[in-house]
Design a protein around this ligand. Structure first.
Ligand SMILES: Nc1ncnc2c1ncn2[C@@H]1O[C@H](COP(=O)(O)OP(=O)(O)OP(=O)(O)O)[C@@H](O)[C@H]1O
Ligand SMILES: [Mg+2]
Length: 257
């Protein structure tokens, strides 16, 4: 179990997260929804040590993560796929995946993991020698997730995997997440596409201005009138830039929300 307890984190002297506690069981998906700036990405950054929490604890099966190094976090079984599909444009798909495996180090493991990734994302198979920068947005997101999985994490932290992608591609990404769950991976999923996230999640949490204000089954949140009004109505959850509004409108039309 990944246990996040009373976590506090922020930037410089600005606190963002206020005593956030979330547990992610193996083979489950926990979706965190919330508006722009609520602290969702900050939460994932604090759990993976990209920023060091100012209070609270993160532990895996009772062993506390001390955030001494990136390696320590990976060895604890945590992998973070940040928002914005950060692939290296001038590395090939194969090289990018190899990079994700640098902490495991044994060639045998890498070959087996590569095979796993191609089973999960068959589209990457025919693109192994392509530069990451030449892939479609959806394929880049698949590559970013696959790279995060190459270290063999037991817990995957995923930040906005659906943002800006066409509905058919979003479906493929979520199918891959369900398949990962079936393989035992625990997934902490941050999404502005709240409907899709909650529909696939075992549990959902609502983050408002750095406070966890509601949690329960995905279904409970998805059917809660105040959550629907504030976060699941067309365009409301997104609320940010014009670009994001356009993406939300397109997704909403395609999903017939
Ligand atoms: N690198 C940073 N330095 C300083 N403040 C930051 C930084 N990143 C985020 N913040 C601030 O922290 C707060 C939470 O931001 P965060 O990115 O975690 O929100 P979010 O819920 O992920 O939003 P979005 O839905 O837009 O991705 C915001 O007020 C934001 O301005
Ligand atoms: Mg974010």
């Amino acid at each position: 179990m990944l246990t996040i307890e009373s976590l506090e984190a922020g930037y410089d002297r600005t606190p963002v997260l206020h005593s956030v506690s979330i547990s992610v069981r193996p083979a489950s998906i926990v979706a965190v929804i919330g508006a722009n700036g609520a602290g969702k990405s900050t939460l994932l950054r604090a759990v993976s040590g990209l920023i060091v929490p100012t209070a609270g604890t993160v532990s895996v099966d009772g062993h506390r993560v001390r955030f001494r190094s990136e390696r320590e976090v990976v060895q604890a079984g945590i992998s973070h796929v940040p928002e914005g599909r950060q692939v290296f444009a001038n590395l090939t798909v194969r090289e990018s995946l190899g990079l994700g495996a640098h902490t495991i180090g044994r060639t045998g493991d890498i070959t087996a993991r590569l095979a796993d990734m191609l089973e999960l994302f068959p589209e990457l198979g025919s693109r192994m020698r392509s530069y990451a920068g030449s892939l479609s947005g959806g394929q880049q997101q698949m590559l970013a997730i696959a790279r995060g999985l190459m270290a063999g994490p037991r817990y995957l932290l995923l930040d906005e995997p659906s943002l800006g992608l066409a509905p058919q591609v979003v479906d493929k990404i979520f199918a891959a997440l369900r398949s990962l769950r079936q393989r035992g991976v625990g997934i902490l999923l941050v999404e502005q596409n709240g409907r899709m996230a909650l529909a696939n999640a075992d549990e959902g949490c609502l983050l408002e201005q750095g406070h966890l204000t509601m949690s329960g089954t995905g279904r409970k949140l998805a059917t809660d009138p105040s959550v629907i009004e504030k976060y699941l109505g067309v365009g409301t959850a997104i609320g940010g830039s014009t670009r994001q509004m356009e993406i939300a409108a397109k997704l909403a039309t395609a999903l017939r929300l």
